[in-house]
Design a protein around this ligand. Structure first.
Ligand code: APR
Length: 299
């Protein structure tokens, strides 16, 4: 099993570290526009593998050719949102980066499955699909697993109980319209409080350390990799495209060939309305993108 990561920053390197410590693959490639960073982290991670008594090869660089024959390619490359920058401005910058990466993945690893992490996530899933030309089942966005972990963290703190068996999860768009499906008994006020903590979970970390989270996002990616390499058949919350090419996190089953099944959701009226509104916004948004391989025109 060969797993590549585009973007050797905080999230990318954390994913690589987990892949090694959980012995999930034989080879890892790190690709970054910053060649020295990719090389340095590849050396450090190779030495980590050796120190752990393992034989996992890690290579790094800025040349996509090293992706030849890779099975899974994870896109974390992108820039973080700057103070005062709108989501739309960020989307344009990251869409170019994700489109460029996806067209290179299609060229050098045409049989791979792509996992997208770069934000704004659901839009980037669509961009990766269009730019790679892959079957939509081979493009999986990681957001629902992270948001679900944030929801369970808030529930654990509130209830003071373990949440490892909790069926609570988050679906929908990876923005303020995410939908928290809570399995525990909560009052309306308690629910609203937990929901707000979940939505603001990422911003809280940014405020504390001036950069976004990376350990929990990396763990979300690992859950998807585990399903893809057939180690785990748990239901996951992942942003996937439906027949209408709309991407948002839904409950899915994943197998080695990508998305195997999208589970039917039985939402409350209020949640359905939130989701419908998000879908409308998504459709308006992607109309701005005219994507042809790595080339994007914005209207
Ligand atoms: N090609 C390859 N790598 C790129 C490109 C590009 N065109 N543009 C940027 N990168 C690399 C940067 O050099 C950097 O090393 O992407 C990496 C991003 O790493 P960090 O800045 O540490 O960001 P990280 O915390 O890892 O978050 C990655 O995930 O949360 C989302 O959208 C968010 O952009 C963020 C992404």
């Amino acid at each position: 099993m060969k797993i590549a990561i585009i973007g050797a920053g905080n999230v990318g390197a954390s994913i690589a570290s987990l892949l090694i410590s959980k012995q999930m693959c034989d080879e890892i490639a790190l690709i970054d526009i910053n060649q020295n960073l990719a090389n340095a982290k590849a050396i450090d991670l190779s030495q980590m593998s050796i120190a752990l008594g393992l034989d996992i090869m890690v290579v790094g660089g800025d040349d996509y050719q090293i992706l030849s024959d890779f099975d899974i390619v994870i896109i974390t490359a992108g820039v973080a949102r700057k103070d005062g920058q709108s989501r739309a401005e960020l989307a344009k910058i990251n869409a170019n980066i994700v489109a460029q990466a996806s067209s290179q993945i299609a060229k050098f690893a045409p049989n791979s499955t792509i996992i997208v992490v770069t934000n704004p996530l659901d839009i980037m899933v669509y961009v990766a699909f269009k730019a790679s030309g892959f079957n939509r089942k081979k493009i999986i966005g990681m957001a629902g697993e992270l948001d679900s972990a944030r929801l369970k963290f808030a529930l654990k703190n509130h209830l003071g109980t373990s949440v490892t068996d909790s069926k609570s999860c988050v679906i929908g768009m990876h923005n303020d319209n995410m939908i928290c499906l809570v399995d525990e008994n909560l009052s309306i006020d308690e629910y609203e409080n937990i929901r707000s903590q979940t939505i603001n979970g990422g911003a809280k970390i940014v405020k504390l350390m001036n950069t976004s989270a990376f350990y929990a996002p990396a763990a979300g990616v690992i859950n998807i990799c585990q399903a893809l390499i057939n180690k785990d058949s748990k239901v996951l919350s992942c942003s996937v495209l439906d027949d209408n090419l709309i991407a948002f996190s839904r409950l899915v089953k994943i197998s080695k060939d990508g998305v195997k099944e999208i589970l039917e959701l039985n939402l409350k009226l209020k949640d359905r309305e939130i989701l419908d509104k998000s879908i409308e916004e998504f459709i308006i948004y992607i109309k701005n993108f005219n994507i042809n391989g790595a080339n994007i025109n914005f209207s």
